[in-house]
Design a protein around this ligand. Sequence first.
Ligand code: GLN
Length: 242
Amino acid sequence: MADGVLRICSLYPDVMNIYADRGNLLVLERRAAWRDIEVQVTPAGFGDRIDPDAHDLFYLGGGQDRDQALCARDLVDTKRDALAAAAGRGALVLGICGGFQLLGHVYELGDEEIPGLGLVDLRTVRSDDDRLIGNVAIEVDLDGEGPRTLAGFENHGGRTHLGAGEQPLGRVLRGHGNDGRSGREGVRRDGVIGTYLHGPLLPKNTWFADWLIARATGLALSPLDDRMEAAAHASARRAAGV
Ligand code: GLN
């Protein structure tokens, strides 16, 4: 008998999966299963309706501009209301890079406007300047329990601007962050979290995977033998220079 259940909805897993972002789901699955938590992963693709109450964590990975454009209309037409309802009841919604951009109002690509979910107040503008690429480290304080580090890799042409009332996920220690200037990285409003960090993110930062699992299930997680994971985290930090 499992100690609990982690119910994940994976949005467009075949399309929004740049830099092997699906690895984030594998880490969540494994680290939950190792604690005897049953994991249910439900894919949701084009045209699929989603039930806001049927999942604890909604996941949207990164994608190229054209993949985002493909998904955006469907997201808005068939999934926005459910995701807004899920976010409203405190469920986790995690967006990575292209997925992060789609959490906001719009992604402006020249004359084209790719609509977003509007779950958080942000907009992204595609720049003709150099892409923001490289190893990145940010400092986050998720529950006011003190700063921790997330390390990863970013590669984006879009510059993301947070609205006045919105908070970033973290402060840039190394790398470019949302716009290369503000020192802000990602967004966090309650359970809605966006970040530019690939890597994938969670294999390099398993402490954050555990934070997500604990928050999604309400369970206190037993420790694991994390020697390999700690080495992966240290290596990602070193690559970013922290
Ligand atoms: N297409 C987006 C950009 O370049 C996001 C890219 C990504 O997900 N890596 O800004």
